[in-house]
Design a protein around this ligand. Structure first.
Ligand code: NOJ
Length: 450
């Protein structure tokens, strides 16, 4: 068995995102994001749910910060709502939006918790979407202006910045297949949106460097490296193609300055100029990885990338229909390190959706305990294989608005009663507290057995 303790200074954190927890969508000058609009469109979100109230974190942030401190997390990852800070996306800054995040950041700092801040976690200002969104020629400048506003307002206390969260989801799910906001179904458009997101990332990094604030900046992608179903060369080829589409689409431009040939041949990706290539590929400080599930890939005629995903095995099916396959996290970490050699990798999200009730003030979320323990063990093993893994953020601090699935999937290590807004730490949260204290999975193992 490999060593179950983590390197000194390992960054343990819990993660959330603005639209999924804040609520207060019409308060203090915030204007609509594409997610408000999408949720208001009948049939888009399960049960017609929206983030209008969510976990009411906007009003309960101090209690939530106390909870994070209680659980012993040294880091907390959250995102800023662009339409709260710049309600029209560009131009006037909303002082009340700035105030809210100042209060939140101050409360964290007071408890000794380091803020890890995502600038864009999908709640794109509707007013910008209306004039072309990420495909507008100025889109990256708009994002740069917003990013710079945030760096100037919060950069004295925030030293860990994530430009964008899972641009693949925003581009492909949001504009390719319409399963996310803004809900376009245009498989050509999504490559243009993705390109705009890449330029925006580059612009934000450039603005950050220009301010010399001395912190770290990177991007979080939900890339994965799947493995071939068999030795059949067709399965191997389909796996390569699928991995380029899942990982390389964003990581090749960021680390190498251009799309892979496969992407250029198969998809209508825009071209980089010398200037935009440089902008997008300027060095970042870390690679952020959100990871849930990997699979086998089998060749399938006529399928996207000629690839069909086949489960590695069917254990621990979650409320999302995803499986508990911890070995796929290790594969993805090792291959990410080999492909791009990032100085640091942070798992900026990992977790699972299972619904367990509160009974006598406890939530015995056994499968989540097992899931997290196994994925963290896989993460630990990757360090022995040369991965520069520096941190692990669990998704999510608390149950919240799971996008098009509404409130049904519960990803939290803390249970939220949406009627009363009462928070109840689940067994998984208590386990995390022990693991963080020991900086080792050993207490996690003991906890899981008790
Ligand atoms: C990825 C996203 O960043 C987050 O918003 C979402 O809730 C989780 N994964 C779970 O699907």
């Amino acid at each position: 068995m490999s060593d179950l303790s983590f390197p000194a200074g390992f960054a343990w954190g819990a993660a959330t995102a603005s639209y999924q927890i804040e609520g207060a969508v019409n308060e203090d000058g915030r204007k609509p994001s594409v997610w408000d609009t999408y949720c208001a469109t009948p049939g888009k979100v399960e049960d017609g749910a929206s983030g209008a109230v969510a976990c009411d974190h906007y009003h309960r942030y101090q209690d939530d910060v106390n909870l994070i401190a209680d659980l012993g997390f040294p880091y907390y990852r959250f995102s800023l709502a662009w339409p709260r800070i710049m309600p029209d996306g560009v131009g006037a800054v909303n002082p009340k939006g700035i105030d809210f995040y100042n209060r939140l950041i101050d409360a964290l700092v007071e408890k000794g918790i380091q803020p890890a801040v995502t600038l864009f976690h999908w709640d794109y200002p509707q007013s910008l979407e209306d004039i072309g969104g990420w495909t507008h020629p100025d889109a990256h400048k708009w994002f740069g202006d917003y990013a710079e506003t945030c760096f100037r307002a919060f950069g004295d206390r925030v030293k860990f910045w994530i430009t964008e969260n899972e641009p693949w989801c925003h581009a492909f799910l949001g504009s390719g297949v319409g399963a996310h906001a803004p809900g376009n179904t245009d498989l050509d458009l999504c490559y243009k949106v993705a390109h705009g997101l890449l330029l925006g990332h580059g612009e934000a990094v450039a603005r950050y460097r220009g301010l010399n604030q001395g912190g770290k900046i990177g991007i979080t992608t939900n890339h994965r490296y799947d493995v071939p179903y068999s030795d059949d060369p067709k399965d191997i080829l389909a796996t390569e193609q699928s991995n380029i589409w899942n990982a390389g689409w964003f990581l090749d431009p960021i680390y190498k300055g251009d799309y892979a040939d496969y992407m250029k041949q198969r998809y209508p990706v825009p071209e980089f100029t010398e200037e935009t290539s440089k902008l997008v590929s300027q060095p970042t400080d870390f690679m952020g990885l959100n990871f849930y599930e990997g699979s086998y890939v089998r060749w399938k005629d006529g399928a996207p990338n000629d690839a069909e995903q086949v489960p590695l095995h069917k254990s621990g099916e979650t409320q999302m229909g995803w499986f508990r396959v911890p070995e796929s996290l290790k594969t993805t970490l090792v291959k990410s390190q080999q492909a791009y050699n990032p100085a640091e990798i942070y798992i900026t999200e990992n977790g699972c959706a299972y619904d367990y009730p509160v009974v006598d003030g406890r939530v015995h979320d056994e499968l989540r305990v097992q899931f997290l323990r196994e994925y963290m063990a896989a993460a630990r093993e990757s360090i022995d294989e040369g991965v520069n893994l520096k941190g692990y953020f669990v998704w999510s601090l608390m149950d919240n608005f799971e996008w098009a699935f509404g409130y049904r999937p519960r990803f939290g290590i803390v249970h939220v009663d949406y009627e009363t807004q009462v928070r109840t730490p689940k067994d998984s949260a208590l386990m995390m507290r022990e693991i963080i204290k020991a900086n080792s999975l050993v207490p996690g193992l003991e906890f899981a057995r008790s």
